[in-house]
Design a binder for this molecule. Structure first.
Ligand SMILES: Cc1cc2nc3c(=O)[nH]c(=O)nc-3n(C[C@H](O)[C@H](O)[C@H](O)COP(=O)(O)OP(=O)(O)OC[C@H]3O[C@@H](n4cnc5c(N)ncnc54)[C@H](O)[C@@H]3O)c2cc1C
Length: 376
């Protein structure tokens, strides 16, 4: 097995690393404090080809492998988890079903501009009474002449206030199963509700979205009727790998800051990194980060070869997100009062990292999936 990155992967890593150090890190605090969608940077990320990485060249993408995609996500998340989250959502969940099942017009008007960062998409799965349990979804798409009528309430929709279109998971009454629909945001009956104030990823806006008798033409059904759950399963592993990469990115940022601080902060006449208690913390963090990366790249490697990867993706996401939170916690202790000060980024990492415990499946749900995969 080859553990090295190839030249293309190294080049993608360098491109995103340079971009993040130059354009993202200096404004990451502003993104967090402004609580506004980081449109300018989002478009720059589009200019780097990020939104098309997972799509073939003939569809307007750059056909990168998922290892490369992970490298890019890690770098973006190292700079700003808010920016990385909205970009990652756009590049995978918001656009995938349009790529697979969109009609030519929709692809021209929405999918291709979305790859450039010129149109923004949101994914609407979660509802007030349906989070981990998507079978509880109540939003319905009723078959009518020439299409469907969509009615229901979604919540926690990332990028909703700025979205041009949504991909919506809804119950189709004639089969009582879930289906996926494309919904342009400007249609009559689409309402973006209140912005949900959050603990972290504050530059990633999240809102309720309601659909009141929204008329959809037949071609806005993405995939077959009742195929929503199985179509979603096509990218479930990649969603988990992507969320794991977000976690590794924010964990890396916290680790790097803590390491630098341990080298330079002097107490009792020496840098605190010379004290064994601090050394142990940083060594533990390095072990966690390296292990999380190896697991993540293994799951990505399997995905690139189209090999079974559900269990590995669940393990990678679970481990990376738990480690990221533990690393942010320990890193904050190393900075002590400065880890508690709003003017230092450590508090942001700590707040932002919580998101990775939820998005892409909570730790409890991932453990249930892993237990099922191992035969329990
Ligand atoms: C910042 C952010 C952005 C998001 N963006 C989007 C988005 O763009 N689109 C979208 O559709 N959704 C989005 N979500 C929603 C996210 O997908 C859900 O929050 C997630 O699926 C969990 O659902 P829930 O919060 O309703 O928790 P619940 O499912 O209600 O879970 C509550 C608790 O119970 C546990 N639990 C649930 N079921 C079980 C079980 N069977 N066994 C053991 N424990 C269980 C959970 O692990 C958790 O600890 C976002 C969430 C956040 C925080």
């Amino acid at each position: 097995m080859d553990f090295g990155l190839n030249e293309t992967q190294k080049s993608i890593q360098h491109t995103f690393r340079d971009f993040v150090d130059r354009d993202v890190k200096p404004v990451a605090a502003e993104i967090d404090e402004a609580k506004e969608f980081p449109l300018e940077l989002f478009k720059k990320v589009g200019g780097l080809g990020f939104f098309g990485m997972r799509y073939p060249e003939e569809a307007g993408g750059t056909a990168a492998d998922i290892v490369s995609y992970c490298l890019a996500v890690i770098e973006l998340a190292r700079g700003s988890l808010s920016l990385a989250s909205v970009c990652a959502m756009q590049s995978l969940m918001a656009t995938y079903f349009l790529f697979r099942f969109g009609d030519p017009r929709t692809k021209t008007e929405y999918f291709k501009p979305a790859l450039e960062g010129e149109k923004i998409g949101g994914i609407c799965m979660t509802e007030p009474d349906a989070g981990s349990d998507l079978n509880a979804i109540k939003t319905t798409a009723t078959a009518v002449a020439d299409g469907f009528e969509l009615t229901g309430q979604k919540t926690w929709v990332t990028s909703a206030p700025v979205a041009d279109f949504f991909t919506v998971l809804a119950r189709t009454t004639d089969r009582d199963r879930l289906s996926i629909f494309f919904v342009p945001a400007h249609l009559d009956g689409v309402h973006v509700g209140r912005n949900i104030e959050k603990l972290g990823v504050c530059g990633s806006l999240t809102s309720e979205v309601s659909f009141d008798d929204v008329r959809l033409p037949t071609e806005y059904l993405l995939g077959g009727l009742g195929e929503g759950t199985s179509r979603l399963a096509e990218i479930l592993a990649e969603i988990r790998i992507m969320t794991g990469a977000l976690a590794v990115g924010v964990g890396t940022a916290a680790y790097q800051d803590a390491l630098e601080y341990a080298r330079t902060r002097v107490q009792f006449g020496k840098p605190i990194g010379k004290f064994q208690a601090i050394k142990m913390k940083l060594a533990d963090m390095a072990v966690q980060l390296e292990t999380a990366k190896q697991m993540l790249f293994y799951a990505a490697w399997l995905s690139d070869r189209d090999l079974p990867r559900q269990t590995e993706a669940s393990i990678a996401k679970l481990y990376a997100s738990e480690c990221a939170n533990s690393i942010c916690d320990e890193a904050s202790r190393i900075l002590a009062s400065y880890g508690y000060a709003m003017e230092y980024p450590m508090q942001r990492y700590l707040r932002d990292a919580r998101f990775t415990l939820i998005g892409g499946g909570t730790s409890e749900i991932l453990k249930l999936n892993i237990a099922k995969d191992i035969g329990l």
